[in-house]
Design a protein around this ligand. Structure first.
Ligand code: NDP
Length: 323
């Protein structure tokens, strides 16, 4: 038996229960992984509260790193291999779980379990956001909301290394200092600073070719206002709630804008995409471009507190659950 988090119905952090579960034996193409560290992601709160509906009852969690402890027929791994995964299946909040082998990536030497679990999902998100969805290059300026968060700090480090001028938004002066130390050249305090006016001043009126908005409802309109004609709005999350219904005519009025609502799941859907994206992330961890800031670690038994703090904006950088 192992400990695993389950929910019987969507709701607040209190619906998450730690239960004893038999993880089972791996079937063909599966392995069983004993987690050493579990990545906490904002998307887990959408699964928990029903914004992204799941069949009930359900496990939670998309990301972890650990050791292969049993191998099913045809799965190309050995007992003892160090592996990480994200977007393989839901249920990572567990001491041990079955996973499809083709969604696992080996953890390279020099990367520890905590780092792998803290960087894989957020890092592959940054990889597709700045390399494949839009190709950020030197000379580009962009805006990224929640700059001191898990995805935000990694985005700042990676984009700055590409020579991109970064404008972040955060909610507190302490978070602003952190963002400025992680690649952001400018950082505005949401609710205090006039973000659109600041973008206009920084870009000398040109505005931005692309805006990355993971905050959603609270920032959606403002993000559109920061775009140059023919700019791209990347609405990739809903930390403050889903953006309001949107009239496509707005894109025309504002100057032939583009808008996309991407999910990492479709950018690493193919096995090779997952491997290439993970390789790009681990390469940047090993060469020092990405310095993963694990600012919070919670024992798995404190999963309710972990979710509450993430949703109350009391975390920065990456958070881990330790099984
Ligand atoms: P973060 O660590 O960034 O935490 C969310 C942050 O959002 C908070 O710290 C807070 O920063 C900000 N925020 C603004 N308004 C609110 C609000 N009303 N309630 C709570 N938080 C608020 O989380 P992650 O790094 O895990 O994820 C960042 C975003 O990226 C999320 O929206 C997530 O869903 C999205 N995402 C999307 C993916 C995709 O492929 N589409 C993949 C991965 C993540 P502050 O206090 O500074 O404002």
């Amino acid at each position: 038996m192992v400990k695993a988090v389950e929910i019987d119905a969507p709701g607040g952090p209190e619906v998450m229960m730690l239960r004893d579960r038999d993880p089972g034996e791996p079937g063909p193409g599966q392995v069983r992984v004993a987690n050493r560290a579990i990545g906490l992601n904002y998307i887990d709160t959408y699964h928990r509260n029903g914004l992204y509906p799941l069949p009930m009852p359900s496990g939670l969690g998309l990301e972890g790193a650990g050791v292969v402890e049993a191998v099913g027929e045809g799965a190309d791994f050995e007992v003892g291999d160090r592996v990480a995964y994200c977007a393989a299946s839901i249920g990572a909040y567990a001491q041990s779980l079955l996973l499809p082998a083709q969604r696992l990536v080996p953890i390279p030497d020099g990367v520890d379990f905590d780092t792998a679990a803290a960087v894989l999902l957020k890092g592959t998100t940054v990889e597709y956001l700045l390399q494949r969805l839009f190709s950020l290059r030197p000379g580009h300026t962009t805006l990224f909301h929640a700059a001191a968060g898990g995805v935000g700090l990694l985005f700042g480090q990676w984009a700055a290394a590409l020579g991109v001028e970064l404008i972040g938004t955060v909610s507190t002066p302490a978070k602003r200092d952190l963002a400025l130390a992680n690649g952001y050249k400018h950082c505005l305090i949401s609710g205090e600073d006039d973000v659109v006016a600041a973008v206009r001043e920084i870009t000398e009126g040109r505005m931005l070719p692309v805006v990355y908005d993971g905050v959603g409802a609270a920032t959606f309109e403002q993000s559109l206002d920061c775009l140059a004609p023919r700019g791209l709005m990347v609405s990739f999350g809903n930390a403050s709630g889903s953006p309001p219904p949107f009239d496509l005519q707005e894109l025309s009025v504002r100057g032939s804008l583009f808008i996309t609502r991407p999910t990492m799941l479709s950018y690493v859907a193919a096995e090779q995409e997952m491997r290439d994206s993970a390789a790009a992330v681990f390469e940047r961890v090993l060469d020092g471009t990405l310095q993963v800031n694990i600012a919070q670690r919670y024992p798995l038994v404190e999963v309710q507190r972990a979710h509450a703090e993430l949703e109350a904006r009391r975390t920065v950088g990456s958070s881990l659950l330790i099984p």
